[in-house]
Design a protein around this ligand. Sequence first.
Ligand code: DSN
Length: 427
Amino acid sequence: MTTLMNRSLAQADPEIAAVIADEERRLAYNLEMIASENFVSEAILEAMGSVLTNKYAEGYPGKRYYGGCEVVDVAEDLARNRARQIFGCEHVNVQPHSGSQANMAVYLAALNYGDTILGMNLAHGGHLTHGHPLNFSGRSYKIVPYGVTKDAETIDYDEIERLAHEHKPKLVLCGASAYSRIIDFERIGKIARDVGAYSMADVAHIAGLVAVGLHPSPIPHMDFVTTTTHKTLRGPRAGMIMCREQFAKDVDRAVFPTVQGGPLMHIVAAKAVCFKEALEPGFKEYQQQVISNARVLAEELSAAGFRIISGGTDNHVMLVDVFVKGLTGAQAEKALERAGVTVNKNAIPFDTQPPMKASGVRIGSPALTTRGMKEPEMKVIAGWISEALADPESESVRKSVRERVKALCERFPIYEARLVRSLAQTS
Ligand code: DSN
């Protein structure tokens, strides 16, 4: 007998089933090049869609406020132990629902409202939660922003040092959402120590590279390290905090009960799966390919006349100045979207355009690399980007690039079985 409890999604809610089928189709036939996005494995999707979503588990393994937590305790311990093994950190909290909540918990653990934070300016590639005036961080703390140099467009470490001595912040923050160069965590950690400040790195973008040693680790140099788990780390959409043992209790208390209530145990379990995948040899090969693909893309776009901020990339992301070709970032984003290439408009350092227009687009290689694309595909795609942006209003150019994008996507399928199933259910 069919009841409220045993129907398929297509039977229970055809509208949402159609949304999911549409999204599966969008992912399958477009080139996902948003630097902060990726595709999780089938195993991670399975963990996220599991019965663990039903469990309340406020507290931590062995010390919960609810009965019946003996099973989910195993999942959280697996996640914590694997994260420690990957990153070599002393303490880890795997409960933050997001990067934003991970950062909020660190601020609450380390600071009082009104304290001074030295953080990277969003307009120069920083993070929203590192002190943007409209974000809780900018509203709760006194923010002193630092940025990149005008000539090299790389982090101005001398400025950080000068500002740290001038403002005596209580926390020095680093980590970026649109920065393509290696970050010198050692130097920033030392600057923080020299002025008696705590230090924190948000490695959300580069966590996967750090996990396999392809970007220097912040762990030895920073008091706190936060990350999301869904970007290069390729796990579920969520956050995590690592810290020195001396801060463990304060961080745990800040996550629960200060910022969050019950953890999302299905997501915690999915993080454990993500970390297990990150410990496998294929994960390092994947990250190496992410970097190689980004490098080739940057070289090809540069050869096509675009300006790559800082001249290139050492990681998975690049910031491309499209204003040199007479387009705003918003126009470029739209033209590429219509041609089947998904990117986001992004301010470039010292941008002359307002944020909703911007002079650049941010492009990343993690998701395409997950599909199995390599250097030859990057060269072809760079050519298509250039073609689509050379004549952004042309319907024939858009159509021609769109068709080639679709054909390439068909050669590198993603979530194929899901797509076939949901198309069958919703057609
Ligand atoms: N919003 C995320 C990004 O796209 O990079 C993190 O700030």
